[in-house]
Write a protein that binds this ligand. Structure first.
Ligand code: ADP
Ligand code: MG
Length: 585
């Protein structure tokens, strides 16, 4: 007996929903994209209970007549493409004719719509049944999605916390709004306004509406075009660099797209301007002939292929630094990242009493190179004697090799190579561990610090996260639109870059995987000890080298860095003599 049969519609829709409707934010993306395609000038989105109970998207677009309103619920029903010819020249956001039937198959959906010339229609879809009524309605469409995933318990269970789901939805809305500054978009969450954009068609104004004036004032306009594509948007000044890639927003023909290669090109193009561990804040819109773009890669259309991606990469690598170079990038004094601690020769002499600086050596001329940050330890003492297995009692610094390794000698005739970064990391690690285990003393930051969050991060920052931040000494007060002012910071953070401390901890608290207090503390210790350490290629003065060595030798475990790599290698007198065949062995 033959076994193959064609699936019924309800089943096929649910299978398609599996790909297109992953979570509330995907419903919002699909419905708002439909509103955009319908030439709306205003779109309002209302989310209740993180989208579990209700999502409403209303627009003032072209609307539908009754026949279309019913047809829209059919699979593969679309007004957007007709032929395969159209498929290769897609100008609309939708074209697969899948979203409405897919969402309707996993929820209770009501579509109220009017095209302005006929009476309004309401179509209710529940359990694969459609009922149609007259509805008083101005031109436009209102789609209400209730009880999302009521019939797919696995999907429902897979949803994350309300905060995470809301954050996803907000992020989705921000990107849709940035991609369409000409449409006024408003987002309400549980009847509270999250953000709204003016719809006046100005991208910078939209950036201001979403991220605040302070951010918009630090954006540099960017424009580039050739025969195949053009790129327009704004480059954040280097001072706005972020700890993550979330703020590299790439839009293509009105669509927020995931283009990992373009993103990393943007990161690369900033490499002269920001440290390698930071990421720029960039909003760039690429306009490309639709014939050169394949959006039909994945049902969610988040990934696209573009045949001239190589050319785009080259153009960005050249033009972004060019645009940045011409501009005044000196940060405003209020948000200036605190200069790293520079240990001066005289200070060292005062603070480190067992070491007396040598008479001026050639390296001393460059000791104040601004990037040199050597850890000082004014507060915590390392007075305990070194462990028994630490045989090295003292080392004399001689010079720096490749600006990366210290060369030192002991009084046994051997010599040592010390990895300056690994050594400094070990010192900082042990110091921070002690500081974190002791009672935290906190104080106000030296320079006022204001942190700007994107709206999705604002939603993530609940009381629980605030408590988490307090466990590492951070207290924040609301400060204007999508921003917080830092009220309290651990006193020891003053020795470091306070702004970087705040950015990093906040990022980890908001985005870290299953983050709790012990995890956050470990993270603080690990990243701060790395970040605050001298790097390879940092030039050190002789006294800085000596200070590093002396402090290292008083660590509990001077031999390896916190990641387990060695800090010191030793060449014995015997090995040296053997190499030069002076021993006769
Ligand atoms: P697609 O967007 O891929 O065409 P959808 O299932 O999302 O498929 O929508 C089906 C059709 O319903 C669309 O092609 C459009 O004609 C109509 N439609 C959906 N939403 C709206 C809306 N907000 N305003 C006007 N027409 C809409
Ligand atoms: Mg659609």
């Amino acid at each position: 007996m033959s076994k193959i049969h064609v699936m019924d519609n309800a089943l096929a829709n649910m299978i398609a929903a599996g790909e297109v409707v992953e979570r509330p934010s995907s419903v919002i993306k699909e419905l708002v994209e439909n509103s955009i395609d319908a030439q709306s000038r205003q779109i309002g989105v209302f989310i209740y209970d993180a989208g579990r109970t209700k999502i409403v998207v209303e627009d003032d677009g072209v609307g539908m007549d009754r026949t279309d309103a019913v047809a829209a619920f059919k699979r593969h029903a679309t007004s957007k493409i007709l032929t395969t010819f159209d498929l290769f020249r897609i100008k609309t956001l939708g074209f697969r004719g899948e979203a409405l039937p897919s969402i309707a198959s996993v929820s209770k959906m009501t579509l109220v719509t009017c095209d302005g010339s006929n009476a309004g229609t309401s179509v209710v879809s529940e359990d694969d049944e459609l009922t149609t009524h007259d509805a008083p309605m101005r031109q436009g469409t209102i789609v209400t999605v209730e009880e999302l995933f009521y019939n797919t318990p696995a999907r429902l269970k897979y949803l994350k916390s309300d905060f995470t789901e809301n954050a996803n939805s907000i992020e989705t809305m921000c990107r849709l709004a940035l991609a369409h500054p000409e449409i006024a978009m408003t987002l309400y969450i549980d009847d509270r306004k999250n953000f709204s954009t003016s719809g006046r068609g100005n991208l910078l104004e939209t950036i201001k509406d979403i991220y605040g004036l302070d951010v918009a004032q630090k954006m540099i306009p960017f424009h580039y075009s050739n025969n195949d594509f053009s790129v327009d948007g704004f480059l954040g000044k280097p001072e706005m660099a972020k700890a993550n890639r979330y703020f590299i927003i790439t839009l293509l023909n009105g669509r927020n797209v995931y283009m990992p290669k373009v993103q990393s090109t943007i990161v690369d193009s900033y490499h002269d301007f920001i440290p390698p561990t930071r990421f720029p804040f960039v909003v760039l819109e690429m306009t490309i002939d639709p014939a050169l773009v394949d959006v039909n890669v994945h049902p969610s259309k988040r990934e696209v292929r573009f045949s001239k991606e190589g050319d785009l990469r080259l153009a960005l690598l050249e033009k972004i630094p060019e645009a940045l170079r011409g501009k005044n990038l000196v940060p405003d004094i209020v948000s200036v990242p605190k200069a790293p601690v520079i240990v001066k020769e005289e200070q060292l002499a005062l603070e480190f009493d067992t070491y007396t600086p040598k008479p001026i050596s050639p390296e001393v001329e460059v000791f104040s190179a601004p990037e040199v940050t050597v850890f000082k330890e004014p507060e915590v003492s390392f007075n305990e004697p070194a462990h028994a297995e630490t045989q090295i009692q003292s080392l004399k610094a001689l010079c720096q090799l490749h600006l990366t390794y210290l060369v030192a000698e002991d009084d046994q005739g051997g010599f040592y190579l010390i990895d300056q970064h690994a050594a400094n990391e070990r010192i900082n690690y042990e110091k921070l561990q002690k500081l974190m285990n002791a009672t935290l003393t906190v104080s106000e930051p030296l320079i006022p610090i204001v942190v700007h969050l994107n709206p999705s991060e604002m939603a993530l920052l609940n009381n629980e996260k605030m408590a988490l931040l307090e466990s590492v000494g951070l207290k924040l007060d609301p400060f204007g639109i999508n921003a917080y002012q830092v009220r309290q910071i651990p006193s020891w953070a003053k020795e470091y870059d306070e702004q970087a401390y705040v950015d990093d901890i906040l990022h980890e608290a908001l985005h870290g995987d299953k983050i709790d207090i012990p995890k956050l503390r470990t993270h603080v210790i690990a990243t701060m000890s790395c970040k605050r350490s001298v790097k390879a290629h940092d030039r050190l003065s002789l006294s800085e080298m000596q200070y590093l060595l002396d402090t290292l030798l008083r660590c509990e475990n001077p031999h390896s860095c916190p990641h387990g790599r060695p800090t010191i290698v030793h060449f014995t007198q015997y090995e040296i003599e053997k190499m030069f065949k002076r021993t006769g062995v």
